[in-house]
Each structure stands twice: as structure tokens, then as C-alpha cells.
Design a protein. Structure first.
Ligand code: SF4
Length: 274
């Protein structure tokens, strides 16, 4: 682990995050020790270490909370995506408390916030998350198979722990997105679709592994592609799963699903993109 002195903590949103309607991104860390084998963040220019080291390093922005305090006035009414090149609830956050500290500084200014994570540690911060009037936690789910998780994202929380975190967040009244992004090989697609549909998340997003010529989700590592091949998973099975899910609920695909929650004065009805 290393720490770095950052110049800023809220950066202008770019790429699919910008297109989705976000103004700013917030990354308390660089690198991510969840180390998912298919992670697209390892290809981003912010992550300067060799790709083969992905998952084995992270840098913490040691002045992140102080910067958030100084810069918080500029986020009022803005849409902030948390985080675009790392996971804000990766294991180090338990002791470092950077994400928690930044959120505490942000809260009085009431930006619209999306927290994108597979870290069940997010439930620790329910007390702060509840104080935002426009916030959604997008929890990444992936698959219904622990065997698949162990092959592709072995250092991430088990799926049952994530379902449990989703339930805790929803029970606390926090708006929840379920991101099956990417959809990893499934053991029982129908049952998984039923479980997602019956959960009642505000937003459900799916994403396949496809080559989008440099755009979001394009860069699946060769190692991940090899695992996928071995598991007999491909575009046709992904498409069938999405169709099954669509029979029950609205499904956003790919970058279309990454948009901020509506402003607090509006009711959610009718304010989600088509
Ligand atoms: S949690 Fe997100 S940022 Fe971290 S390795 Fe996995 S996909 Fe990449």
C-alpha cells in the first residue's frame, strides 16, 4: 500500500459517466484489491502500474477528506459518481475511512450521488447515506455461482453477503441499483432472473462481455476471456438471460444504466431514461 497527495478529489466526469449525466467523479483510491479478472479499470490511464499487477496494489489519497472539505462547496446540486477507477469500499476502506470521511463532508451540500461498489462494507455507512436526499447505491452482483466468483472475482464478497447488504440498504430506505455488470456465467439463469426481479431494486443494469471498440466494457482481459470460454458462456446466453429478466422488469443495458438519481424534489416516477 502507498499513499499519495492528491491535487483534487472531485474531477470532471468523462466518457460514459459524463454521457450518463454525471458532473463529477470521486476516487478516494487508485487501484483496487478486489482485483476482478475482467476489470476494465485496469486499462484506464489513471492506473499506471502494469496490468499483470492489477488487484495487488492500491494507493490511498491521504488528503482526500481534507480536499473534500475544501472542495465541497462546488458539488452542491451536482451529480457525483463514486467511483470511476476504483471501488470506494475495497478492503482498505475499513481502516482508512476515506470514503466515509468524504461522504461526511459532502452531505451538507446535498449533491446527487451514485455509489458504485461490490463492497459489503457499504452498509457500515448507512447512517451517513441516509442523510442524502438524492443517492443511490449501485451494488454489483455478477452471477449466482460461487464457483464463478472464485474464478473471476475471488477477493470480492460472496454473492450471499452482497444480497444481504442489498437487503440492509433497502430496509434502511436507500435507493438501490443492482448491476449485473458484466453478467458472469450463470448456473441457473431463470432462478437468478426471478431473484433480481423480485428484489424490487430501483434500477437494474446488465452488461455483456463485448467488444465496444474502446468504449465502456470493451476491455475484457485475455485471462478473463479464457475463463469465460472454459465455462461455456457467450453472447447468446447473455442475451437469453436479459430477455428472461425483461419479461419481469425494466432492464437497462450497458452505459444506459449509469445515470444519477433524480433531484430530491421530484418523485422517481417518470424520471428514469427510456
Ligand atoms: S471492484 Fe471494480 S474496480 Fe475493483 S477490481 Fe473489481 S471491477 Fe475493478
Amino acid at each position: 500500500m502507498e499513499t499519495v497527495e492528491a491535487r483534487t478529489i472531485f474531477s470532471p466526469a468523462t466518457g460514459f459517466i459524463r454521457r450518463g449525466g454525471f458532473d463529477l467523479t470521486c476516487n478516494p483510491y487508485l487501484g483496487c484489491t478486489f482485483g476482478c479478472r475482467y476489470c476494465y479499470a485496469m486499462f484506464l490511464p489513471q492506473n499506471k502500474k502494469p496490468r499483470e499487477l492489477w488487484g495487488r496494489w492500491f494507493s490511498a489519497k491521504r488528503n482526500a477528506v481534507e480536499l473534500a472539505r475544501k472542495e465541497a462547496t462546488k458539488i452542491s446540486g451536482k451529480a457525483v459518481y463514486f467511483s470511476s477507477v476504483t471501488d470506494p469500499y475495497q478492503p482498505a476502506e475499513r481502516a482508512m475511512l476515506l470514503t466515509r470521511g468524504i461522504l461526511r463532508e459532502m452531505q451538507p451540500f446535498q449533491p446527487r450521488v451514485v455509489i458504485q461498489t461490490r463492497g459489503t462494507l457499504v452498509t457500515r455507512d448507512i447512517d451517513i447515506l441516509c442523510r442524502f436526499r438524492s443517492l443511490r447505491v449501485n451494488l454489483t452482483m455478477g452471477s449466482d455461482s460461487e464457483r464463478v466468483r472464485e474464478l473471476l472475482e475471488p477477493k470480492s464478497p460472496t454473492y450471499e453477503k452482497r444480497w444481504d447488504a442489498a437487503r440492509q440498504l433497502a430496509d434502511a430506505g436507500i435507493s438501490l441499483g443492482l448491476c449485473i455488470t458484466p453478467v458472469l456465467p450463470l448456473e441457473n439463469p431463470e432462478r437468478f432472473a426471478d431473484r433480481i426481479a423480485s428484489f424490487g431494486a430501483k434500477v437494474v443494469v446488465t452488461q455483456g462481455f463485448h467488444d465496444a471498440a474502446g468504449a465502456f466494457g470493451a476491455d475484457t482481459s485475455p485471462a478473463a476471456l479464457k475463463v469465460l470460454e472454459g465455462l461455456d458462456w457467450g453472447p447468446e446466453k447473455y442475451r437469453k438471460f436479459v430477455e428472461t429478466l425483461r419479461k419481469q422488469i425494466r432492464v437497462y443495458e450497458g452505459e444506459k444504466g449509469f445515470f444519477p438519481p433524480p433531484p430530491p424534489e421530484c418523485t422517481a416516477q417518470g424520471l428514469f431514461p427510456e
